[in-house]
Design a protein around this ligand. Sequence first.
Ligand code: PMP
Length: 428
Amino acid sequence: AESRFITNNPLSKNQHDLAVISLPGGNTRTLLHTSPFPLTMVQGKGVYIYDSDRHKYLDLTGDLSAGLFGHTPLPPIRRAIMSALDDVGLSMGATTALEQQHAALLCERFHIDHVRMTNSGTEANIYALAAARHFTGKRKVVVFSGGYHGGVLSFPDGKPAANTVDPDDFVVVPRYNDTDAALNVIKSVEEKGQLAAVLVEAVQGSGGVVPGTRDFLAKVREATKAAGAIFILDEVMTSRLSPHGLGVEYGLKPDMLTLGKYLGGGFSFGAFGGRKDVMAVYDPRLRGGLSHSGTFNNNTMAMLAGYTALSEVFTPEASIAFNRKGDAFRERLVAVSRGTKLSFTGKGSLIGVHFSEDGTEDITSGSDLAGKERADLKDLFWFEMLEEGFWIARRGYMALILQTPEEELDRLVGAVERFLEKYRGLMS
Ligand code: PMP
């Protein structure tokens, strides 16, 4: 399959050879590197993307969940973008009513008192952590193995990745969804008088699309409160899963919430918000607070496109219907792969693709797969799906695009069935 990939994609290969001249590894977003070389995409249209060798793919990755609205702005979002260009202008380096409008909607929608914008989810988490530390006067933050909170805030194998900022300030719970372990870690850090915050995803996204159980999240939330620390729910990826986010759906009442991705309507975006008293650390009218800057924080495009996307396109009703569609799709994938080494996890419109020795369906933590993962089969699946015209993240991840037609999802289910049939010997 890999040698066919090389034969089929000469122009992507040429482009990669050019890219390595000025970019280390030919890339400026590590995640998008694939061996032997990545495909170079030249166009996105609706729910499809096209590579330089003119192959067409159904995009099932939706830019790792940021591209909820596909590649061609939907009519209301297009109108907003055009009006931003024609009537408003780009970033003015000044306060505008557009940021107030988007902020008010984000607060109402996700049940937070105050919010501030950034250009990425990474920044949102960095500022949320700074708020928690400043507010509590403490430094340590409890996080979970497999947690991903940004390029410089990730905890893949039970410890901070090598590029994590202030790595010594994090204490990593070795297993997600392990309530006892979490409560023990929280307690021991608290007893040393050091606990500023607990930072957790409601579904571990990069960690394998593993949903947190309601009970686990509720108990971690409760223990954080009892410890006098700030509970930060990272909903950068999960806010799309429920009309008001999973924090509201599960009744978690997080002290701080982080957001991002599709909420900029397709433009760079992040936001952090929460309790008024905690967010007050960023109130410039008060003395002794923190500064929060960023040239493009209130840029016209993201403010207007994000507001329009949330108010006119991804309404609460649209969110419910969309995630139902995702659940039904995932259930079909689970059904066709039962009893094989392939399994699917996730919630609503987010889906994890796993290959493991025993093909377990109930993966409750990325660490469940340790030593059992079959990266060779995952690669094979990726190459085969490309040949069938499906764009899925190499690491095994799908995030649906809002307007993906049912017939296209049917086509993918068929392709998965054909894959399992073709490689029956390897897969059972
Ligand atoms: N938190 C979570 C849960 C994420 O999934 C991501 C991005 N994948 C981030 C934070 C970081 O967001 P960004 O890539 O916009 O910095």
